[in-house]
Design a protein around this ligand. Structure first.
Ligand SMILES: NC(=O)c1ccc[n+]([C@@H]2O[C@H](COP(=O)([O-])OP(=O)(O)OC[C@H]3O[C@@H](n4cnc5c(N)ncnc54)[C@H](O)[C@@H]3O)[C@@H](O)[C@H]2O)c1
Ligand SMILES: N[C@H](C(=O)O)[C@H](O)COP(=O)(O)O
Length: 318
């Protein structure tokens, strides 16, 4: 009998084993209604075996590429730890392609340490796009905030050039689809300008007048709820008041400063445009906290919930 898609497990990757990934996964699963029984953990043997015994969750062990017996110390990042995190991502990506997993929730990794271990991508978003095919878009969904990024892992000085009509159109279309997916019948999309006060009529920058607003004006025929460029400093305030289903941000920190300030515990990093669902908590490796047992697992729990929502739950909560 062919397994239905929604009966496949979700892969949960450990993230950097010296960061808070392993412990937030453990804490999240301990209070999870399913105890992760619709999931497969991927990470270091000692961690996964203990959790598997405690919660009955399935587990696949991976090792650092060149040090099979490496054991990470919390708070002490290393090339071997990053290599193990990468092995977990590789296993999860391959498992989706092979029809073993229905999606992936990734633990946080350090881009810096991954690069030292030979990783060729700016982040996990680009890694999974390369592994699966597809043209990714970074998005965050929280309690009240939903935001799609037009650009993300690029230096700030390159944003103006990258933010052309095609880039903005893709972000707007994905924001529109995301709003639909989350139940909006006639999506209202608020779009941040690039410059202070959305350029203030050209006094503070010309990108809005020359590129962004003409693109939005063209797209509005098919998407009547699409704004013109709005000042990025107030658009999230307006979203919380209920004006927009999804906001499109021009660049990484325009979105994430708001998201992480207001909803650090609740927001989820969701990669759009890929053939499989991939979510992640909004926080990083927090090496400064690892091992203390105080890391908040809420964003990981939320990432798991969003992945379940988008892929269909595989089992009944106990
Ligand atoms: N999902 C991901 O893979 C992801 C997301 C963001 C950052 N990162 C990576 O993480 C590394 C560290 O990034 P950073 O220092 O900018 O951000 P960070 O999120 O790791 O830490 C920022 C601050 O928030 C605290 N914090 C983070 N998560 C917490 C939690 N669950 N509970 C309580 N406090 C928490 C940390 O102790 C720290 O003070 C970087 O290499 C970055 O690339 C990865
Ligand atoms: N840009 C994300 C954030 O700040 O939360 C984060 O770095 C994760 O990116 P990837 O999921 O592509 O690794």
């Amino acid at each position: 009998m062919i397994k239905s898609y929604s009966s496949l497990p979700l892969a949960l990757t450990c993230g950097d084993p010296a960061g808070i990934g392993p412990e937030v996964i453990e804490s999240a699963l301990a209070v999870d209604g399913l105890h992760g029984r619709d999931c497969v953990l991927i990470g270091p043997a000692h961690w996964g075996a203990a959790l598997s015994e405690k919660l009955g969750v399935s587990f696949e062990a991976v090792t650092a590429h060149r040090a099979r017996d490496f054991v990470a110390q919390p708070g002490v990042p290393s090339i071997n730890g990053a290599s193990l995190a990468l092995a977990a991502m590789e296993r999860a990506a391959a498992g989706c392609r092979e029809g073993r997993f229905r999606g992936v929730v990734t633990g946080p990794v350090s881009k810096h340490w991954l690069q030292l271990a030979g990783f060729q991508f700016p982040g996990q978003t680009e890694f999974f796009a390369n592994a699966w095919g597809g043209d990714p878009t970074m998005a965050f969904v929280g309690r009240e905030l939903r935001v799609v990024l037009a650009t993300w892992h690029i230096p700030l000085r390159d944003v103006s050039q990258a933010l052309d009509a095609a880039c903005l159109e893709q972000a707007v279309r994905r924001a529109y689809a995301l709003a639909h997916q989350f139940g909006a019948r006639e999506p209202r999309i608020g779009v941040c300008g690039l410059n202070p006060h959305a350029g203030e009529g050209g006094i503070l920058g010309l990108e809005e007048l020359e590129v962004l607003d003409p693109t939005l004006d063209r797209l509005r025929a098919a998407m009547p709820g699409l704004s013109r460029c709005l000042p990025g400093d107030t658009v999230f305030h307006r979203q919380r008041q209920g004006d927009f289903d999804v906001v499109v941000a021009a660049y990484h920190d325009q979105a994430l400063a708001a998201v992480k300030t207001l909803e650090f515990d609740a927001a989820v990093n969701l990669t759009l445009g890929l053939p499989y669902v991939r979510t992640s908590p909004d926080h990083g490796t927090a090496f400064d906290l690892a091992g203390a047992g105080t890391a908040d697992p809420s964003s990981f729990s939320a990432a798991l919930a969003v992945a379940r929502n988008l892929t269909g739950s595989a089992a009944k909560a106990s």
